[in-house]
Every structure is written in C-alpha cells, then in structure tokens.
Ligand binder design. Structure first.
Ligand code: Z5A
Length: 208
C-alpha cells in the first residue's frame, strides 16, 4: 500500500523543526516506516540548491530565478526521495512543500499563481500531500522566536509586510483545502501546540 505524505508549513519561527520531532515520536508509536525530509532540499543536489536560495547576497535575486530554483529542487526531491518512499509504502513527513511556493513566491514575491500552477503540474503532476499541518502565529512573534535562534537567512531579511502576505496566503490555502489542511495555533505553549497536532494526527489516522 502506498505511504502517506504529510507536510508541515508556516511562517518563520512557527516551530516546524521543534514539532517534527513530536510527529516523529507519534509515527514511532504507530510503528510506521517513514522518512523525514525538507524543502528546499532532501537530496544532495536539492540541498545545494537550498544553499543557493537561502544565502544572503549582494546581487538581487530575480523572483523568476527563485521560483525556478525552488521547483528544480522539488523535481529532484520528488524523483529521488518522495515518490520512491511513498511507493515502498513508507510515510513521508516533509518540512514545507508546494504550499510554501504559493505563500512565499506567490503572495510574498507577488508571482502569478497560474505560473506556479503550471510548474506544479509539470513537476508533481497530480501528487498532493494527504495531510498538511499549517502552524499559524502572528508574524512578529515568529520572527522574534527565529531571531533568537540564528542569523537571518535571505528570506528572514524580508520586511514584516512580506511575512503578513505569506501568513495570509497560508490561511487562505487552509480555507480552500479543508480536506487536507489543518491550522494549528502555534502561539500557544509547546504542550498546547502538540496537543493540537496529536489531535490532528489521530483524526487523520482514523481515515487511513
Ligand atoms: N521557501 C520558499 O520560499 N519557497 C518554497 O517553496 C519552499 C521554501 C519550500 C527555508 O525554510 C526557506 O525556504 C523559508 C521559505 C523558503 N524561509 N525562510 N527563512 P525553512 O523551513 O528551513 O526555514 P524557516 O521557516 O525559517 O524554519 P525554521 O527557521 O527552521 O523555523 P521553525 O522550524 O518553524 O521553528 P523552530 O526552529 O522549531 O522554532 C523556532 C524557535 O521557537 C526555537 O527556538 C524553538 O525552541 C522556539 N519555539 C518553538 N515552538 C515554541 C512554542 N510553542 N513556544 C515558545 N517557543 C517555541
């Protein structure tokens, strides 16, 4: 049986990395075979593209170049990791996927949705996540959390207005795709966030 594809999304510092560990322990309790991966990245080539995308640089990066790099990394990741793992029956938990492209390149960089849609069809065909957890937090709170952790990458150097557009797009995606998206209030304590994630995972488990 084909594995399930779970993605986790949100703006900066929402706690994706922290909560992936929690989801991993949930998958362990269910005795699932799984792989944890991330975008951009997940293969040696895609990780190199990630470095190119995130490195702060003097040169201004064209939004079209950024969009194509994101999808180039995704094509490699799907081909080398995601599709083979799902085909073997393993679950795949991915830190960000194409919703991030609609949020960051679409809403953030103001790239046209129909262009993103064409690339999405080219690269992934009809493949969509089975479950997407969208961690939601006021932008300033997330930026403060992320700022305490490390120096800002090229995206984290953007202005608050950029992240407000990203956040609003994520909420819109959740509204448009209620069958696969669950919004988690990530402004609560870690225990409160993980209680919501556990509930979402158990509801999903009942449908598997
Ligand atoms: N990008 C794109 O533009 N287009 C695309 O299609 C894709 C990606 C796929 C890299 O993503 C960048 O790629 C991203 C968009 C772009 N923009 N940036 N930057 P990333 O996921 O690797 O980077 P990130 O969003 O900055 O994630 P992150 O830095 O790893 O943050 P996080 O994983 O969401 O948060 P965290 O590290 O788990 O937590 C942050 C801090 O908050 C940490 O100190 C925690 O201990 C703390 N924390 C977590 N939860 C809580 C709670 N509940 N209370 C209090 N404190 C907490």
């Amino acid at each position: 049986m084909r594995g399930k594809f779970i993605t986790i999304e949100g703006t900066e510092g929402v706690g994706k990395t922290t909560n992936i560990e929690f989801i991993q322990s949930w998958m362990d309790t269910k005795k699932l075979s799984y792989s944890i991966t991330r975008e951009p990245g997940g293969t040696p080539l895609a990780e190199q593209i990630r470095e190119l995308l995130l490195a702060p640089r003097e040169e201004s990066v064209s939004s079209t170049a950024e969009l194509l790099l994101v999808f180039a990394a995704r094509a490699q990741h799907l081909n080398q990791v995601i599709e083979p793992m799902l085909g073997e029956g393993a679950w795949v938990l991915c830190d960000r996927f194409t919703d991030a492209t609609y949020a960051y390149q679409g809403a953030g960089r103001l790239m046209r949705d129909d262009l993103i849609r064409e690339l999405e069809l080219l690269v992934q065909g009809s493949l969509q996540p089975d479950l997407t957890l969208i961690l939601d937090i006021p932008v300033q709170v997330g930026l403060a959390r992320a700022g305490e952790r490390s120096a800002p990458d090229r995206f984290e150097q953007e202005q608050v207005a950029f992240f407000d557009r990203v956040r609003n797009r994520y909420l819109q995606i959740a509204q448009d795709n209620p069958q696969r998206c669950i919004v988690i209030d990530a402004s609560r304590s870690l225990e409160g966030v993980q209680a919501q994630i556990a509930e979402a995972l158990e509801s999903f488990w009942e449908t598997v």
